[in-house]
Design a protein around this ligand. Sequence first.
Ligand code: ADP
Length: 261
Amino acid sequence: MAANPFDQQQPISGVKKIIAVASGKGGVGKSTVATNLALALREFGTVGLLDADIYGPSLPRMMGALNQKPTIADGNKIIPITRYGIKIMSIGFMVEEGAAVVWRGPMLFKAMDQFFRDVQWGELDYLIIDLPPGTGDVQLSLVQKVPTWGAVIVSTPQNISLVDAKKAIDMFERTGVKIAGMVENMSYMLNPTNQEKIQLYPKGEMNSYLNSKKIPKLVEIPFNPSVSLASEAGIPIVESNPTGTEGLVFKDLAKKISTMV
Ligand code: ADP
């Protein structure tokens, strides 16, 4: 009988909740959600952030940690970079920004193994994993190697994004990972003059789909250029403006995740 690939699963010692942040499409705000969720979760425990978006590692820039190089401790453990009280590891620390990582499956599997086993994560209540978009080798490697507590799916409201988000949900369901819920990003924009909601994208079938699957919509994050500016500057919005509308939405998201079993 063929070996069950999920038999390889091993916890990361000291790490309690491993949370995958995933999307179907790129550009929907997955890394923005991963970084700000990590920062908002600090209120509820110790947090680590693993950038597994091998093909487009944006966490070093978003977390203000560009050009940082992790060091090696005794026993060959990699010491993650600490920024804003969060331990961060990214392939972006190993390659120049803009350089392509051209790896096939086996290389990716090995890299993921090193991220899980060779990084000195220490005691963490939460390890947030920023996955690449889609349902490829990195996702497969994650679900095979470590017991993932749950997946937070990020999508924008329109069907073009939702169609691919459904595939990510399907993959997690097939591999036994709970869907913690959906984050609808760029849900609306607040008109700065009268605070009315402006619909940037057509609302698709998001709500009816989530209802039919009994998947909770965790939060709706407004589109706000200041969210993007904050990430570009390396000081995510939860750090730079924790009490603004978006900062509070991320706080709400973190609270929901922290209380979910
Ligand atoms: P992904 O990880 O899905 O590829 P990113 O998090 O890199 O997406 O976001 C893509 C772009 O959209 C970035 O420039 C980011 O700053 C911007 N962005 C994401 N969410 C918002 C938001 N709520 N308001 C404004 N800009 C956003």
